[in-house]
Design a protein around this ligand. Structure first.
Ligand code: AHR
Length: 692
């Protein structure tokens, strides 16, 4: 944002209200009437569409039993098929079904000598009769088709039946029989049409005859899947239109071997994920991610593993993705069915190596060397790519001390450009190989930092304060970059915009989450000179879903609305009621001045659409009462009709669910222009003005 605009905003914020506790806030004197003025001649730097981006990770059920259409858990038998209660090693996935033996437990053993994939494959003995395996807990819908395949072998020519079972009666199942099972592993395909709506259907694989048979892998998806993805999820995400998705993590990334996720899906090994204590099937790998970006029409943003990974492998990945078929990895991609290079432009170099929770955590002085090794190998394979350094600004690095590094090894805030200033060290040592700098926003929502005692003081933030935690961190990051610009002369020639590629909206369920997201996006718009990209953690909050249905959530509607309707140029906005300051310490958890617009308790952001010239005033009301304000325009006069887009549920707790998908919708209407506006309780409203 240009200086003139900043000066006005800072001046308006100069008077701060002391705000020591949540309870005193409730007892505060009545607020003055809110007045806001849009300054049409104060135009900031363009807002990059990427601020509406998403963070995704091969984590829990985001993909597996999330947007990926596979219905079976552990389809490549990482775990033994038995009747045990618990899984060893443990599995943290929310949705994880089990394979169980049909018949005596001893009839199923795990073949570790010649597994089809991974470390073991179930071998079913038919000595005691018809035996096999089953997985129950599948949610199927009457009349819906399901398609799948099973990889089988049998030295003894066993006959193998695969059944979808939805009840106990003889007719409550469909069965496909394979009586041509060969000695070597081969794939056998099946299709079923469910005969009932049940949430506990089972897939059974049963053999008969002599000897035994082995199962290498098995898969089943609804037949309407779109290249492996759930059709409903793809439709929702495409409708929202988020322009960029970061993948494959996150903490997961630091243990990820990209080569596990290419080639024949059934032969990709399931691997234990030590970041989240679960198992990754590797079904959704690089080519599937690229398919997904194509399906929902978003920019890909890949991140390489600088945790347990190595620089050579990162370079190989760049070549796999972007190399021509004349390169070894480009040729491998072509053999995997994708001859044309993908041309992925944005590449992240690692994730959060500053944190002790991260596989491959290390000190900044070592990490800067590692970043440069990686950058060299990656740029060698494609010099046109843009690199995002894995940063932790002074506030992010400082706030990580809430859980880690006990006892503290340094005073907080950490010293700028000192040993603990992670982003500072990256900028000092890796400026040439860093185009953008990532920063993550996970504010401490249960304590503030007291500088004098150098300790975190437990604190209960009320909702109006909680939504400021993330906006304050955006502002913190900007203030930090300004300081880096003072300290590191090279940044003048080569500015390094932020990619806030993981952030969470304040706190709260239902529409509270949506308001938190709205004010955080407002703050990113205000920070357009410094913030280029945002990655909401996680995109799963854009929809509500169960195993068979999905619907857009209020936060999904908010993103869609902002993507479609917000202008691309931030405008200056002044007001008469500054946002109250939160307790805390500058450069740890609070900015020098409170974030948000000086229109407390409302957050108001004005933008202009450079194509149409329209001015959009976006108002978030985080309170559970209607709020009125006067809106003035400095430098122009609005035409008499105003288009209004309103997200205004009747209660803060409201949410769309799969069974009640229309609780919250965007209401569009035309109103007569008035300088006095009343916004409903718990709402986000966009007013679109034509300026005369
Ligand atoms: O909750 C998501 C996790 O938070 C990401 O994996 C990691 O990058 C961050 O610490």
């Amino acid at each position: 944002m240009k200086k003139s605009l900043l000066t006005i905003c800072l001046a308006a914020l100069a008077v701060q209200i002391s705000f020591p506790t949540a309870s005193t806030a409730k007892e505060a004197a009545p607020q003055p009437k809110i007045e806001a003025t849009v300054h049409l001649d104060q135009v900031g730097d363009p807002i990059h569409p990427f601020v509406h981006g998403m963070f995704t990770e091969l984590l829990s059920n985001m993909f597996e039993n999330g947007i990926w259409a596979e219905m079976l858990s552990d389809r490549k038998f990482f775990y033994a098929v038995d009747n045990s209660e618990t899984l060893t090693p443990t599995n943290s996935k929310r949705h994880q079904l089990r394979w169980r033996p049909i018949g005596p437990e001893s009839s199923v053993t795990m073949d570790k000598e010649e597994p089809y994939v991974g470390k073991q494959s179930p071998l079913v003995s038919l000595a005691a009769g018809k035996n096999g395996i089953r997985q129950a807990g599948l949610w199927i819908e009457n009349g819906r088709s399901y398609e799948g395949r099973v990889v089988l072998r049998s030295e003894s020519g066993a006959k193998v039946s695969v059944s979808l079972v939805w009840g106990n009666g003889a007719s409550d199942r469909q069965t496909v029989v394979f009586d041509d099972v060969t000695k070597n592993y081969a794939k056998y395909y099946f299709t079923f049409t469910a005969g009932a709506d049940v949430q506990d259907a089972a897939l059974e694989i049963v053999g008969e005859g002599n000897g035994s048979f082995e199962i290498g892998a098995v898969s089943m998806m609804p037949a309407d899947n779109v290249e492996g993805y759930r059709a409903d999820m793809i439709a929702i995400l495409k409708e929202i239109g988020s322009p960029i998705f970061r993948w494959p993590g996150g903490n997961f990334l630091s243990g990820y071997e990209w080569r596990d996720g290419i080639g024949d899906m059934d032969q990709r090994p399931p691997r234990y994920d030590y970041a989240w204590n679960t198992v990754e099937s590797n079904d959704m790998g690089t080519d599937e991610y690229m398919t997904w970006c194509k399906l929902i029409d978003c920019e890909p943003y890949l991140v390489v593993n600088t945790g347990f990974g190595d620089a050579y492998s990162a370079g190989q990945w760049v070549e796999y993705v972007n190399g021509s078929v004349d390169t070894p990895m480009g040729l491998l991609r072509a053999k995997n069915g994708h001859p044309a290079p993908y041309g992925v432009k944005y590449w992240g170099v690692g994730n959060e190596a500053y944190g002790e929770w991260q596989l491959g955590h290390m000190a900044a002085k070592h990490y800067v060397l590692k970043h440069n090794y990686f950058a060299e190998e990656m740029l060698l394979k494609d010099p046109s790519i843009k690199l995002i350094g894995s940063g932790a600004s002074v506030p992010e690095q400082s706030s990580q001390y809430r859980n880690y590094h006990k006892p503290f090894q340094t005073q907080l805030p950490v010293e700028f450009l000192g040993y603990f200033d992670w982003t500072g060290q990256l900028l000092l040592n890796c400026l040439e190989t860093t185009d953008y700098m990532s920063d993550h926003i996970y504010p401490n929502s249960s304590a503030y930092f007291d500088e004098a005692s150098q300790s975190w003081i437990p604190y209960k933030f009320d909702f109006l304060q909680a939504i400021r935690l993330s906006t304050n961190r955006v502002k913190n990051s900007v203030e930090t970059m300004k300081k880096y610009e003072e300290l590191i002369p090279g940044l003048k020639e080569k500015p390094v915009p932020y990619w806030i590629d993981e952030w969470v909206p304040g706190r709260g369920a239902g529409f509270a989450n949506t308001i938190g997201a709205a004010v955080a996006l407002h703050e990113m718009y205000r920070s357009s000179r410094y913030v280029m990209m945002g990655g909401l953690t996680s995109f799963a909050s854009l929809y509500a879903s169960n195993d068979v249905k999905a619907t857009i959530s209020a936060t999904g509607l908010l993103f869609k609305l902002f993507i479609e309707r917000q202008g691309d140029l931030p405008l200056g906005l002044s007001g008469n009621v500054p946002q109250p300051a939160l307790p805390g310490t500058q450069f740890v958890d609070i900015p020098m001045e409170p974030s948000g617009s000086p229109t407390y308790p409302l957050d108001i952001m004005a933008t202009k659409d450079s194509k149409t010239g329209k001015v959009i005033v976006s108002v978030a009301n985080p309170t559970e009462e209607a709020q009125s304000f006067a809106l003035n325009f400095d430098g122009g006069k609005p035409a008499k009709n105003v288009t209004v887009y309103a997200l205004a549920p009747s209660k803060m707790a409201d949410a769309n669910t799969v069974d009640n998908p229309d609780v919250i919708r965007v209401q569009t209407r035309t109103e007569k222009y008035s300088a006095n506006i009343t916004v409903p309780a718990n709402s986000v409203i966009l007013y679109e003005y034509t300026i005369q």
